[in-house]
Design a binder for this molecule. Structure first.
Ligand code: RIB
Ligand code: CA
Length: 313
């Protein structure tokens, strides 16, 4: 099987870090580059965090590009209360030797799409969708060369995590998600309806702690740190693990199920800003614009992640 060409747009974020590790570990993925997004923390910090992950995995061959420093329209928000001051608290990671590229992340995305055959590159977004939206505004015909977009974001039956109505990536830049959903691109959403069914229970954390290698040890420290917030908030037997579900879908779509329907985003109401309005029962007559995933084989996904992390140094 040919390796899937991927660009990851990310706001590390402990869960982002594990998604990146999953991509690095897979022989079926050719990671063309990482675009740092403003989200969990500032774009400067997410870019440094991405460099730290690549340093840890000894993959300095992969380049990091800083994207937009703020959302399309809204004032920036961050999530240090979940992820810690660095955005990736937990492990003590050394300052990375290599730094982000000078080229802007949106320029990297557009130039890479122009340089590759059409419909061969998958963009995985695991933070606010600002950079994709900016690229769509700048050069929609170039962005149309994407094979697909797989985005962690939104919610239906799980409503929200950063507000009662909205998931963080959608809430942080609702205009960007609306632009992406109405771009005509093939978008697959990996929402809270999936990630709230993928819980890192104590026995899964224990299995992770037993893996060899620095990456697995760092992943364990990251999840142990970020779980404290969710365990206290939800009272579930484990904390939900969000972003790696996107890479799991790219690698093993058979572990997931969903429907192609219409999804719209609330971009103005102060009460429900960022809410994704999911027409699962197709009652609005609005044209389908996204594949919305709603079920996952969580044991199969965990096996994939554990097996992948065991292969990293
Ligand atoms: O709502 C979860 C999403 O918000 C994840 O991408 C997490 O990293 C945060 O960015
Ligand atoms: Ca993220």
């Amino acid at each position: 099987m040919d390796r899937q060409k991927l660009i990851i747009d990310t706001d590390p974020g402990q869960d982002d870090a594990i998604a990146i590790m999953l991509a690095l570990a897979s022989p079926h993925i050719d990671l063309l580059g990482i675009i740092a997004a403003a989200g969990n923390v500032s774009v400067e910090q997410t870019a440094e965090n991405a460099c730290k992950i690549l340093e840890l995995a000894k993959r300095q061959d992969i380049k990091v590009y800083k994207g937009c420093p703020r959302p399309i329209r809204r004032p920036p928000i961050t999530a240090q209360h979940v992820h810690g001051q660095t955005g990736m608290d937990g492990p003590d990671l050394p300052t990375p030797l290599h730094t982000p590229e000078q080229q802007h992340g949106v320029t990297f995305l557009l130039e890479t799409l122009a340089a590759h055959p059409a419909h061969t590159i998958t963009l995985v977004t695991i933070g606010p969708m600002t950079n994709l939206a900016a690229a769509l505004v700048q050069a929609p015909e170039t962005v149309a060369r994407l094979k697909q977009v797989v985005a962690m974001g939104g919610a239906w039956s799980e409503t929200g995590n950063i507000t009662p109505a909205a998931e963080f990536n959608a809430f942080a830049d609702p205009d960007a998600m609306a632009i992406a959903l109405n771009s005509g691109l093939p978008v697959t959403l990996v929402p809270l309806d999936i990630t709230h069914r993928f819980l890192i229970t104590p026995d899964r954390l224990e299995a992770l702690a037993k893996l060899p290698g620095h990456c697995a040890k760092a992943a364990h420290a990251m999840l142990t740190f970020s779980a404290r917030f969710d365990l206290n908030k939800y009272g579930w037997p484990g904390a939900p693990l969000h972003d790696p579900c996107t890479i799991g879908y790219v690698l093993c779509p058979h572990l997931f199920a969903g429907k192609t329907i219409n999804v719209e985003v609330e971009v103005s109401s102060p009460l429900t800003l960022g809410a994704t309005v999911v027409d699962w029962w197709q009652v609005t007559g609005r044209p389908p614009n996204a594949t919305f995933l709603r079920s996952v084989d969580d044991n199969g996904l965990w096996t994939l992640i554990l097996e992948s992390l065991s292969r990293l140094s």
